[in-house]
Design a protein around this ligand. Sequence first.
Ligand code: BGC
Length: 708
Amino acid sequence: MTREEKIGQMVQLAGEFYKEEDSENTGPMHEMNMSAEKMTTIGSVLGISGAQTLITIQKEHLAKSRLGIPLLFMADVIHGYRTIFPISLGMACTWNPDLIEESAVIAAKEAAVSGLHVTFAPMVDLVRDARWGRVMEATGEDPYLNQLYARAFVRGYQGKNLAIDTLRIAACIKHFAGYGAPVAGREYNTVELSERTLRDMYLPAYQAGIDEGSKLVMTAFNSLDGVPATANKSLMREMLRKELGFEGVLISDWASVGEMIPHGIAENLKEAGELAIEAGVDIEMMTGAYLNYLSELVDEGKVAESMIDEAVFRILTLKNELGLFENPYRGANSTEEKTIVFSSEHREKAREIAEESIVLLKNKEQVLPLTVHQKVALIVHEGQAKDVLGAWSWKGQQEESVSLYEGLLQHIPKEAIVLKTFVNGQTELDEDWLTDVDVIVAAIGESSYMSGEGASRSNIKLPSEQIQLIKELRTLNKPLVVTLFNGRPLDLTDIVQDVDSMLEAWFPGTEAGSAVANVLYGKKNPSGKLTMSFPKAVGQVPLYYNQDNTGRPLTALNQDDKYLSRYLDVDNSPLFPFGYGLSYTYFKYSPMQVTLTKSKKNQTDEVQIKLKITNSGKFAGTEVVQLYIRDKVGKVVRPIKELKRFKKVSLEPSESIVISFSLSEQDFEYVHQDFSVSVESGEFELMIGPNSEEVETNTVYLAFKRSE
Ligand code: BGC
């Protein structure tokens, strides 16, 4: 390969470059100083799909490329391709990694048959700040759950052998590292994170995705310890490559190489390119630093040609692993595309996952489930009835999705629904339509524009006109049910007292209305549990259950003391904690039985925990039983709770099940000040419950040897 041909492989262009009207004199090609000749060397393209389109682009590219190296097609297939699943934060509330894996299998299948090879997913960034709009793309605030989900996504997208299984696609873990912790929840902002916290809380999910074999990793936009991730040599070459053992392709985020200039660490694009290759970025997405300056940098002796070789080797390895050299069109098939994409089977799975992701936040007087004999007043925002897909639903079509009104029609006739729309809180509520209505269902929340990338909010309440609407509906003295469609934990304090029942539906995807209606009518008993805490006020944010204790903790016993770690105007606890979610039935937890045993391997203590769960209510239901620990005395301050295990169990009324958990030394280990990972013998609290707050606690002394 010539040097130009090698550099071409390291450049990723947007689909616009392949549109007929683009030329060297106008449009994106002109802006990037691209020539028709250089286009023949390009390695990958993003954000374009469709079997016929990509087959044509590939064919033309191969005809022009001297070496016949196929293009890689990549895109953001985040929670579904055309069949849209709930947003990732919603899917996380299923506490069901198998379902997440299934969603990724389907997303991969639809994407692959439409010609794609790589998805920029999963985003495995740990998140704690609900102001940040991108929490919708994350799986929440817990490192243990995030690890399970990272693995499930990667398994689902990639399968076992990408060369053979042409209906799977390569995954890309993102955004390395720490993108989920922008200061003040402001998108693209600086990240201030101690290395110990990064290692303890944030790295596990990246590591899990890499261990599962993710073929790519994407760099983050943010700076970490003062250096933008894309230029961060120690982060990429030491931590990612050497420590986490990543051997695949490292791709920059969109224009993040060029953004080193506004960051203020490169004077121009040439310097930015030098920093990126030094850091080990293999593919540059959408700025022309590599394309225009890499060769010059080698000539000037600033960049070793071996660095280019190394990057190209990894890119070609990926193409080879995808089987592109044998079959450059891979899964792309315009006939099968028609039957596979948005198939009824896929929609069925999307409905099932959406149902499991819904979280019942409140159910006073058991207003839910509704019965089919009730007359329902349905209040929806005029323009948002079909705005149910969420911000990352690239190929999803709103008009193909099921609105809540259509969902209700699957249970009750048209005559039993009074549909009222509101805009800016205005609706005609004072007519006689209300007289024979039995229950009001109000669909409120955020528009999909209000969360996702570039959608931070300093106010995470509902829009004020919606709060007003709920207050007015309350005065009507009818049972009032709220279904929330939104992409982040909201501050719901303004309405929580006014409503009888409240369902958090997130952006449920294509089958939104069917899923929510099935839950409203009890065809599906809700079982979702939050994976991000809901605050009582935005001022509490970042708010997360696995926080460290302070030297002056607020407890039930010292509420009147001022000089504690607290606020004067709101308490420290969330409105709805991590792990929280109700059911139409009730679950009784027996006291836990704890037994200590010795590990066969090294004779250190292991813990076995057993308890009985009984469905004591009237409906069949599913419960997520959660096990947390607390290390009472560590070498560094340890979180007040850490999720270590959970079990999701389904029980008929009056049915019981005995469940057991076991933990060994490794489960108690943590990152020390010198970044070593171990744990000391001592007292540990074991906590079991239906969420992170309502727990039964048992304290045990555990003797560990490994670290002593
Ligand atoms: C996002 C990435 C995404 C990329 C390509 C960026 O703005 O941060 O997560 O994969 O665009 O669309």
